[in-house]
Design a protein around this ligand. Structure first.
Ligand SMILES: [Cu+2]
Length: 147
């Protein structure tokens, strides 16, 4: 009988704590404005570089940044620099109809376009045969938004 009484007291105390905790969490939690506000299209600018580096004896080229994230509807300005002083490289983000002619060594070009639809797209060099690592010169362009 004594044990049953302690079990009941424990259950009442535990239930009270859970209710108080739930009440406090409910009273103090407010979602951040960014989670509730509608996304307003912005103009987003990025500098994108095709950088040349060495991995051991092998010369490799990487787009930096390798991932660009924008919101659907944003106007995007890309300043694209070919950091390779030996050969021309291009830029293509075909899924969003962005295709640039070959960029001479060391040169920078600018392109402006609208991130018209959400998705995960790939960009890369479109000068076939530019270098042995041509196929590795890729990056991701992520457009956030509801489909
Ligand atoms: Cu290339």
């Amino acid at each position: 009988m004594k044990n049953v009484r302690w079990v009941i007291v424990g259950a009442v105390v535990l239930g009270g704590l859970l209710l108080a905790t739930g009440y406090i969490v409910q009273q103090t939690y407010t979602p951040p404005a960014s989670a509730t506000a509608p996304v307003t299209p912005e103009v987003r600018q990025f500098s994108l570089h095709l950088l040349v580096s060495k991995e051991g004896e092998r010369v490799v080229r990487h787009w930096i940044p390798a991932v660009i994230v924008v919101n659907a509807g944003d106007s995007v300005i890309l300043r694209i620099t070919n950091g390779d002083d030996q050969s021309a490289h291009g830029f293509s983000l075909g899924a969003l109809n962005v295709v640039m002619p070959p960029i001479p060594p060391g040169q920078t070009v600018t392109v402006r376009f609208k991130a018209a639809r959400p998705g995960i797209f790939h960009y890369g060099c479109n000068v076939v045969g530019c270098a042995t690592d041509h196929a590795d010169q890729i990056g991701q362009f992520i457009v956030l938004g509801e489909r």
